[in-house]
Design a protein around this ligand. Sequence first.
Ligand code: F6R
Length: 616
Amino acid sequence: MCGIIGYVGPRQSQDILLAGLARLEYRGYDSAGIAVIDGDGGLGMRKRAGKLSVLRDDLASTPLADGTTGIGHTRWATHGGPTDANAHPHLADDDKLAVIHNGIIENFAELKSELMGEGVTFRSETDTEVAAAMIGREYARTGDLVSAFRAVVSRLDGAYTLLAMHKDHPGLVVGARRNSPLVIGLGEGENFLGSDVAAFVEHTRKALAIGQDEIVAITPGGVEVTDFSGAPVEVEAFEVTWDASAAEKGGWSSFMAKEVSEEPEAVANTLRGRIHEGRVEIPELDGMDEFLADIDRILVIACGTAAYAGMVGKYALETWTRVPVDVELAHEFRYRDPVLSPRTLVVSISQSGETMDTLMAVKYARARGAKTLSICNTQGATIPRESDAIVYTHAGPEVAVASTKAFVAQITALYLLALHVGRVRGAVDPVAAVEAVTELEAVPGKIARVLETEQTRIEQLAHWMADTRSVLFLGRNVGYPIALEGALKLKELAYIHAEGFAAGELKHGPIALIEPGQPVFVVVPSPRGSGEMHKKVVSNIEEIRARGARVIAIAEEGDVAVLPAADEVLRIPLAAPMFEPLLAVVPLHIFAMGLAEAKGLDVDQPRNLAKSVTVE
Ligand code: F6R
């Protein structure tokens, strides 16, 4: 939530800041602003409520004076609504200092009254302006921006990334982070700060990850990182594995359309390097065999779509490891008194690696002696850095706010983890493991087939249903979390009522919702094998059909039993039951996107949301 960029170097900074903000806009898009120290030593600032395009148009008609030091911000409002005044940057020290911020300063009210007592006046309702005023007050005492930061951060509670620059120090941007993301981009004679590498990947792929509770000062010639007490710290360097073109639309109508089309590749890339002669070996888990052989419980923590991936993963983890698995929403987990032991493996799942609820849950679990493993899609993000082990998904940058390709990559990573742990524990039958690997390797091709054969039809269906007010989703077993995912996507993208249910739960209440014409998507399990679940789900379809529901079934190719029962059948290729979720979710992603588009909505930036939820 909120995107941040800082630049120092020889180039004019405005275009660099605006291009960086465009790549960060998925983090928040209710207002945006930049500040620049110009060639004459003045500090120019412009900020506007609305999407980045509003700021861009404003700057195009009335440009700021050029300058080579600048900071920029795109906001997701926390304290104070999305107005020009509440947009960042915020100014202090007689408008000589500009500050931007991501996070929440929890004790801002008491700090604000302290400052007001000293006669400070405020122009916004934000917590950020309080931090700016405090930095300004300290700076006025010492004339040293880094030591002003050091004095102020010790007084701030909560989560924050703060960036500041002062007109008396062109060529210097100072930042600090606590529980909020910040990375450094290393250029030639220029340096960058960003909420994530997307801010600067167009200019450099060399990055440094800043740790928790650290302060960084960048100048064109160097980078200095210290902890909050002022002691120098070692920073971890990494090379960004994707280039700027991966985070561009490349001719697609939306990032979401592009990312759905990349679902096959996301699975293939997550598998790469982790299957050796038909068996799963995750190199990142080398040295953990003894621990993994001894675990007595796996706890999966995540939020939203990532939690649904965790629910799918539970089936695979229990089947292949024979270890009991619980899946819990990260924000619920931390606020009870969970039972954890050194034999508990806590698996967190996060595309962004920055979700505050998940981060806090990981820290909580670790502090109570559990071992933590992060499944994450973003290199250098905070959650993997705070975990004992990391299994990266390699879905590539996900820009659209709704998670799609990361979801299938997360399920893939969980299946790999289950097969790895199952092998280490001797819990998975070797023949079953080889079959599972063969199935996994076939998934990218099968997803590609769903996209090829069904996409146009699903988009048409979505178009016809543009006026629909409510859609229900049913699934059973591994299809249940897929029903939940289908409903979440529709809520967040098309703003209509959507609910996912376990099909077996229908008669325990939800069937009362069925009235003539009610659209219901049903994820139908395969009729092959025992086919028992298939029969039950087909009976569920008949029950709702008898009450007037309009049924859209997602069923495997060749399943004829479903034909008389459903109004529409969307086909997925044959796969063993465990692998069906990876295929069945694709039509639901396309449908939600199609319906939102049919309603004329922005599928990449749905209202009220942000890609990375860095506040609790
Ligand atoms: C829904 C969606 C969210 C995220 C959730 C967790 O489409 O994208 O529900 O899945 O906010 O985000 P990460 O995976 O970044 O922790």
